[in-house]
Design a protein around this ligand. Structure first.
Ligand code: AMP
Ligand code: MG
Length: 447
């Protein structure tokens, strides 16, 4: 048997499966476990999926978590799991937009005119007496406009003395009044399920009395780094060792995606330990994100471990550079992502695939990163076989165009250069190069 065949056999040898059909998949989780998950046969020659196809599969295979109710004060960044309905008109009354005097515009036709000040309408304490011709009511911004008035004149073009106000400029009907319900009508849907709550949406929720709100639950995510070369961040690497950085970038990206993260102990390249850690994590977490061990090396055990555990593997090769051997699977109720170990590959594949799943779980109506367009600042090379997702910084040209400046970097291990990246430039598969000034698709990296 040739060396290559021996290697292949070694790679594909079955690992001792853990006890299936028992504790592993029978937990008290919210949604029912998958019956008889079947792994697909690993065929290294199989066609690669395109990135959009892989993302579509991720979306299809990910289930929304059961929403939860949170206090409004904790809702920032969460995803709405219910539509938000206005319980009142906005504004709830005809509201003054300026400090000044409420009056009848007909009275000001021959301005300057002198009107009698009959009262005052302040915010929270309005003047509720019918205002008649020849009268004015002193009014503050945000206060209700008295019945009978049809406009407000700002204080700057008036002067008040001895119970009268001199109005120097005429008003138009409706001037400086925001009329009742002109912004929102009671019963209207103001925010929709699937939207992420940002600061201005907090104001909308507060205005309509949502002291509590139903939001997508935060996925519990386990992060597991494989690789015998890895030591913990608090350890000094010896010869041939490096510190584990992927657990921290993945953890950080997962947190940015709204997940609650736990970093598991380093698994080395020990197939038994890896299998145990995956099996255990699948019972405790909504998603498990592994890094490393998905390539064709002798010590790449992640896919073998998933197969031995009878995980349902949805894809394991994507037409993507960097990130071809990305694997996506389900074990029990947990989604499993095996990301290629190079730190830049990790960032690219996490944000394309794992992030999308975490957003679906939280009910996000637009779970995948949105593609935008920018002008390429410098030429880049693509790949005949795969779509390239190349790190870039975004800037604006003097004439206001969005520019994508490809990063000067040393390849998918160069995570220090990657710290400057704010976006990825997409070069479709089959495109050998794209020249400066051409328009390219980009996605912004979460930060
Ligand atoms: P692998 O995908 O396991 O073949 O790893 C590819 C490359 O990524 C190797 O150079 C690894 O040393 C590196 N690498 C893998 N895992 C990590 C990690 N957790 N932190 C930093 N580098 C890693
Ligand atoms: Mg490795």
């Amino acid at each position: 048997m040739g060396l290559f065949k021996q290697l292949l056999k070694f790679l594909q040898r079955p690992l001792r499966p853990l006890r299936l059909n028992n504790p592993l998949c029978t937990t008290n989780q919210s949604s029912p476990p998958i019956a008889n998950p079947k792994s697909k046969i690993y065929n290294p020659k199989s066609n690669m999926l395109s990135v959009p196809e892989a993302i579509r599969i991720v979306i299809e295979q990910t289930r929304q978590l059961k929403p939860e109710r949170v206090a409004l004060s904790s809702a920032l960044g969460r995803v709405l799991a219910e539509d938000v309905i206005a319980d009142s008109d906005l504004p709830p009354f005809d509201r003054a937009q300026m400090d000044g005097f409420a009056l009848r515009s007909a009275d000001t036709e021959s301005a300057p005119v002198r009107l009698r000040v009959v009262g005052e309408s302040a915010a929270g304490r309005g003047w509720h007496v019918l205002m008649r011709a020849g009268e004015a009511v002193r009014i503050m911004t945000g206060a209700p406009v008295p019945t009978g008035a049809d406009s407000v004149q700002k204080v700057e073009v008036t002067s008040e003395a001895d119970g009268f106000v001199e109005v120097y400029e005429r008003t138009q009907v409706g001037q400086f009044i925001v009329s009742r319900a002109s912004e929102v009508r009671a019963g209207e849907t103001v925010l929709r399920k699937g939207e992420t709550i940002n600061a201005p949406k907090m104001a909308a929720l507060a205005s309509f009395g949502y002291s509590e709100i139903s939001v997508g639950a935060q996925p519990r995510v386990a992060v597991l780094a494989t690789g015998s070369e890895l030591v913990r961040v608090d350890q000094k690497p010896c010869a041939d060792e490096i510190r584990d950085s992927n657990s921290f970038s993945i953890g950080a990206y997962a947190q940015l995606a709204g997940a609650q993260v736990e970093r598991l102990p380093l698994a080395g390249d020990d197939p038994e330990l890896l299998q145990r850690e995956i099996a255990e994590a699948a019972t405790r977490f909504d998603a498990l994100i592994l890094s490393g061990g998905v390539s064709m090396g002798v010590y790449d055990f992640t896919k073998a471990a998933l197969r031995a555990l009878d995980a349902e593997i949805f894809f394991e090769r994507v037409s993507l550079r960097p990130g071809k051997p990305t694997v996506f699977a389900r074990l029990c109720d947990a989604l499993v992502f095996g990301l290629p170990g190079n730190p830049v590959s990790v960032s690219v594949t996490f944000n394309l695939f794992a992030r999308t799943a975490l957003r679906v779980m939280q009910c996000d109506a637009e779970p995948a990163l949105v593609e935008e367009r920018a002008v390429l600042a410098r030429s880049v090379k693509g790949s005949v076989e795969r779509a390239s997702y190349l790190p870039a910084t975004l800037l604006t040209s003097e004439d206001g165009r969005l520019l994508a400046q490809p990063l000067k970097w040393g390849g998918s291990s160069d995570f220090v250069s990657f710290t400057r990246a704010t976006a990825l430039i997409i070069v479709p598969e089959g495109v050998r190069s794209v020249e400066a000034n051409e328009v390219v698709k980009i996605i912004r990296l979460p930060s």
